[in-house]
Write a protein of this length. Structure first.
Length: 658
């Protein structure tokens, strides 16, 4: 096998690699060709290494047209290539760079006819794809036969996971959507029809761009050889986030020259829920036994104290490439472990500490609060709003702006004020087969002196749309349950009734992230326990929403806002100060992950990612008690905290009266 040596004895280079790169980066950039795995730790200059590697290939005589750079966003690719041109001081036109989907589209535009498509195929965006799936369900009569049959967004998610993991539809349903087990045959029928319709109409969705690209390479040897010969060097960024089909494509393309250069960090593989497969990076040395492996461990982001904590934590994972990050920065403060009475004191502590740090000269934008799941930010959002602290939510909409929160609140509003037309229209439109026009007709019938009694009348049934009888009957059962007098003194129980008696099923059928939305509502129900009546609860929600919409009292720049983010959304980012909240068993790690060794290890990687976002200070917060439907519960600190040596952190004692 010919090796393309990148250390020519006599050659002048425009780039001073020795001065621009640290020893680890330099070795990874100047290595010979062949299979290469670069394990780039957090904050170690991964992007810089990839950029200089591309530049080095070109400076050693590789034609840019024979280089393929695969990234996870087109923006990342553009930025890398602009940086390469800046280093080399000339145009590198002809180098292919972009996402897997972008490159797949470029290849298929040239060769789609080879696998049965016509030239000029169209690409379905997510909205068009969803609409076509729902059309297929309608043609099979499933949207009429089963009023809680999953909507297009959910079916689209099932189809995508099946494609990206190369697993059967039934296996995906069993693993990810077990609530649809009873209708798995119907789901398979819809998605089979969807596939046939796409082929008949000369359409591809985003998943097809990868599946058909792989199919082309597997079935058409001549085309595979064309691209294997063209791309003498293939580089892949964020390799730990690739799914099975992406890894297969790369292996097919590199079969000829085997100059495959992958960069990633197994310790930051946290996207299995999207189909990412950590085995791609872990098994790379087995698939390529002659691979050279380099480790980037010099960290330019965090203090030694932060890295000591992160290194200790990730060392408990058995399935990993061992490496310890080493800080370039000088010493700083030890991480802070902060036990708190409950979730309300946790919110108060974070808000108060943020204000103290801000008054000490740290801008809000240099601080972030990270959490495992979006619902864990609810109490904190309330506390920040009350104090007028400006914040932005990176994990989704602000809590009370979310559709499912407004839906459930509308049910409560109807029971407190039966004359609330807007609330009635909202809850009626949640019923399948009832649209805006029918909802208005129903309102006209019931908008007399007693709407809650009138909703059960025969006159209402006469204005229902065709096929709405069964779902409307379920809605009436919910209204009957909510009408129990004792529920008006328990907003928590009322939320539970709405969730259990139909709305949970509605969420599963409509949203791919139904579980996350259910968690939000369960958290809202627990929060509502402290209110003596539904009216008092709703009044507070309205006032809170008003506070959130008012101008902030702090004289800050428009972009100076505290960041609230899920850890998944925070990957790749950094802040001077990081708070990690809800560090208790069953919440982080999640209860589900505790039953599986591989899932627990991914949760620990998630904790590692959270810790390594901090430049200077980190606060590890956990509530010692939690009050929910089941009463007051003692919370156990997360195993990720218990695994850390006590000398690695300072434990705070918080005033009980905070």
């Amino acid at each position: 096998m010919k090796q393309y040596i990148l250390r020519p004895e006599k050659r002048q280079f425009a780039i001073d690699y020795e001065n621009d790169l640290n020893p680890e980066q330099l070795e990874a950039v100047l290595c010979p060709g062949g299979p290469v795995l670069v394990l780039a730790g957090a904050g170690s200059g991964k992007t810089r290494t990839v950029t200089y590697r591309v530049a080095r290939l070109i400076e050693t005589g590789i034609n840019p047209q024979r280089i393929l750079l695969m990234t996870f966003t087109n923006k990342a690719s553009r930025e890398m290539l602009i940086r390469v041109e800046s280093l080399l001081q000339y145009d590198i036109k002809g180098l292919w760079g972009g996402t897997f989907h972008h490159i797949g589209n470029m290849v298929l535009r040239r060769h789609a006819e080879e696998i049965g498509y016509k030239s000029g195929f169209s690409i379905l965006d997510r909205e068009d794809s969803k609409d076509l799936i729902e059309t297929c369900a309608g043609e099979l009569g499933l949207d009429k036969a089963q009023w809680r049959f999953p909507k297009g967004d959910v079916l689209q998610e099932i189809a995508g996971l099946s494609s990206n993991t190369e697993e059967a539809i039934s296996d995906v349903v069993i693993k990810r959507f077990p609530h649809f087990l009873s209708i798995v045959d119907e789901i398979e029928g819809v998605l089979k029809r969807y596939k046939g319709k796409k082929e008949a109409l000369n359409l591809m969705d985003f998943d097809d761009l990868l599946m058909n690209w792989k199919r082309l390479l597997e079935e058409k040897q001549d085309i595979r050889e064309i691209y294997s010969e063209r791309f003498l060097h293939i580089l892949v960024d964020e390799y730990q986030d690739t799914n099975k089909i992406q890894a297969d494509i790369i292996d097919l393309l590199t079969a000829r020259h085997r100059n495959i250069y992958v960069v990633g960090d197994d310790a930051q593989s946290i996207y299995s829920f999207r189909g990412a497969n950590i085995e791609n990076i872990m098994e790379f040395p087995k698939r390529y036994p002659d691979a050279s492996i380099f480790k980037l461990t010099a960290n330019y982001r965090s203090t030694p104290e932060v890295l000591k904590l992160a290194n200790h934590s990730i060392s408990h994972n058995k399935r990993r490439f061992p490496k310890d990050l080493k800080a370039i920065k000088g010493n700083g403060e030890k991480p802070n472990l902060v036990p708190l009475r409950d979730v309300f004191q946790q919110a108060e502590f974070v808000a108060q500490r943020v204000l103290e740090l801000y008054e000490g000269g740290i801008p809000f934008r240099e601080m972030a609060v990270l959490y495992r799941s979006h619902y864990q930010s609810m109490e904190l959002q309330m506390e920040l709003a009350k104090r007028g602290i400006p914040f932005e939510v990176r994990s989704g909409l602000r809590f009370f702006e979310q559709a499912h929160i407004k839906d459930v609140a509308a049910y409560l509003r109807v029971m407190v004020n039966p004359c609330d037309e807007l609330a009635w229209i909202r809850v009626l439109r949640l019923v399948p087969r009832i649209g805006a026009v029918t909802a208005q007709r129903i309102w006209k019938v019931i908008s007399g002196s007693s709407p809650i009694e009138a909703i059960f009348s025969q006159e209402v049934k006469r204005v229902l749309s065709r096929g709405a009888d069964k779902p409307f009957g379920t809605f009436l059962n919910v209204m009957k349950s909510l009408s129990e007098p004792q529920l008006l003194s328990s907003p928590s129980k009322m939320i539970g009734v709405v969730l259990r008696e139909g709305y949970e099923e509605y969420l599963y059928s409509r949203y791919p992230n139904a579980l996350s939305r259910i968690e939000d509502l369960q958290q809202l129900s627990s929060y509502a326990l402290k209110y003596p009546s539904v009216e008092a609860f709703l009044s507070d929600l309205v006032l809170l929403g008003t506070v959130m919409g008012e101008a902030e009292p702090f004289n800050t720049a428009e972009e100076d806002m505290l960041v609230l983010s899920s850890i998944h959304q925070a990957k790749g980012l950094e802040w001077r100060i990081v708070f990690i909240i809800w560090l208790v068993e069953g919440r982080f790690p999640s209860a589900k992950s505790s039953a599986s060794g591989s899932e627990e290890e991914e949760e620990r990687r998630l904790f590692y990612v959270a810790c390594t976002r901090a430049k200077d200070e980190i606060y590890l917060c956990y509530p010692e008690t939690y009050e929910g439907w089941e009463g007051l519960t003692l919370m156990r600190p997360s195993r990720f905290l218990r695994e850390i040596p006590v000398e690695s952190y300072e434990e705070w004692e918080i005033d009980e009266h905070m």
